[in-house]
Design a protein around this ligand. Structure first.
Ligand code: TYD
Ligand code: MG
Length: 456
């Protein structure tokens, strides 16, 4: 007789567990996401407990709790330190997500190799030791205390971590490791959940920091279970256009710091190089001014940078105009086009509009609204924007221009890069600093924008 098998159905999107197959997930509302997984054979339900139970604790008064002054460890990589909020907090569990081929393995190996003074263990379920060695040789081996361990069985990995006692562990990737306690295959929702939970327990009881790499599905979710995002302390996303050399490391969740920080990297032959000054790569110097190009002063995190946006507005050949964006939210663009139509009287309904941000960057900064609209206006009238002019401001539905967060920093960055005029909201607080060397033009409504752009 076949062994008694316990099965359950899991939603691939959010990790919701159900005893039978469902067409629509009651938790996240997605359709057709349920898959069957074996969770245990014979004996009843099993939950992985590889790392043992958490130490018991009892309630204490807030003021009595000793602060383990969050000592931060320098990882030897300024961009990663910045995104983590100023270095690595020991004992943290960090999820590094990204599409296949974007450079997650390269980045994490580089972290393990650069973390001088830390004992690091790089566990790979995807590549052999020789392959990793080849990559390490290209990147340059700075840390002699870096161990490479190709393994996929969680029990072995935990045993090795316990034996070697590293300060930092990299698991490449969570989708390739599995625990013997579950019968489902590696990469299934239950395996991912149990392995991550065991690693979390280990990290918290021993103070070991663990980087977990997770592949991302097409729609941008960390593959399979969103559930991982709840378990870990920090979620970092590595993104970029794989046809382009620039990559952004974005903090999506951070229990030890701000989430809006970004790190910028360039993928070279010898691994990833941090880009200290993103504006330099995001601005192109043209021989002669071209229409449809505008520069926006953006601020992701505390670091401001300037970025170029290109728009192409052309007569629509068919009844329904085409609207397409790269690196920008299409709905936001449609909203801005509707505002232009209604408040400035531009006939956008007969136009195809294409929008593109430089460097394959994805931007979501509302402070770039003004630059997007400026590029559209410039292409619509086929008039280049005057040289050395940039913008920073958010646009409301009535066409009002609102101040972008951290406008002062944006203005300073524009001044530093030699821009001679920046267009910002007139609703800025009175006492706002005005750096020297740049003309700050304030407008309250987008109807005033064309004049400011073309220096009329
Ligand atoms: P990889 O780190 O393997 O991506 P992931 O782990 O996210 O799937 O990186 C993949 C790409 O990076 C690969 O196409 C080759 C490129 N690469 C370089 O350009 N330079 C380098 O030094 C390395 C190691 C990789
Ligand atoms: Mg990889």
């Amino acid at each position: 007789m076949a062994a008694k098998v316990k099965k359950a159905y899991f939603c691939k999107n959010c990790g919701f567990e159900a005893p039978k197959w469902l067409g629509k997930c009651p938790s996240c509302g997605e359709w057709n996401t349920f898959t069957e997984e074996i969770i245990a054979r014979e004996s009843g339900p099993v939950t992985a407990n590889v790392a043992g139970p958490l130490p018991t604790s009892c309630p204490q008064r807030v003021r009595d709790i000793r602060e383990s002054e969050h000592r931060r460890v320098d990882l030897g990589n300024p961009e990663v330190n910045r995104v983590l909020g100023g270095g690595l907090v020991p004992g943290s569990l960090i999820l590094l997500g990204g599409e296949p081929g974007i450079g997650k393995s390269t980045l994490s190996l580089q972290i393990a190799l650069a973390a001088n003074g830390l004992k690091t263990l790089y566990v790979s379920g995807e590549e052999s030791a020789e392959q990793i060695k080849m990559r390490a040789a290209r990147i340059g081996i700075g840390n002699d205390e870096c161990l490479i361990y190709p393994e996929t069985l969680l029990e072995n990995i935990i045993a090795q971590i316990a034996e070697q006692q590293p300060d930092l562990v990299v698991i490449d990737s969570i989708q390739t490791i599995y625990t013997e306690l579950l019968d489902s295959s590696a990469g299934s929702v239950s395996q991912i959940r149990e392995c991550a939970a065991s690693l979390l327990k280990y990290a918290k009881t021993t103070g070991t920091s663990i980087f977990i790499i997770g592949h991302i599905t097409k729609d941008g979710a960390i593959a399979g279970p969103k559930i991982l995002e709840h378990i870990v302390d920090v979620v970092l996303q590595f993104e970029g256009d794989s046809n382009n050399v620039y990559r952004i490391l974005r903090g999506i969740k951070n229990r030890f710091g701000a989430t809006f920080e970004i790190g910028v990297f360039e993928m070279l032959d010898a691994g990833l190089r941090g880009v200290d000054n993103p504006s330099e790569i995001l601005l192109t110097h043209y021989e002669e001014p071209l229409s449809g190009i505008a520069v926006g002063a953006s601020a992701d995190g505390v670091r401001p940078y300037l970025i170029e946006v290109q728009a192409l507005v052309s007569a629509a050949a068919y009844g329904t105009p085409q609207r397409s964006t790269t690196g920008y939210d299409a709905r936001r663009m449609n909203m801005l086009l509707a505002v232009l139509e209604k408040r400035v009287g531009m006939k956008m309904f007969q136009k195809d509009v294409f929008l593109n941000f430089a460097g394959g960057f994805k931007v979501a900064d509302p402070g770039l609204d003004l630059a997007v609209v400026a590029a559209v206006i410039s292409s619509y009238y086929d008039r280049p924007i005057a040289e050395g002019v940039c913008c920073a401001g958010e646009i409301g539905l009535s066409g009002e221009v609102r101040p972008a967060p951290r406008t002062e920093q944006r203005i300073s960055e524009a001044a530093r890069l030699g821009f001679r005029r920046i267009i910002v909201s007139g609703y800025l607080p009175k006492g706002a600093k005005r750096p020297k060397g740049i003309e700050v033009v304030t407008i309250n409504n987008i109807a005033q924008l064309p004049k400011a752009l073309f220096l009329e």
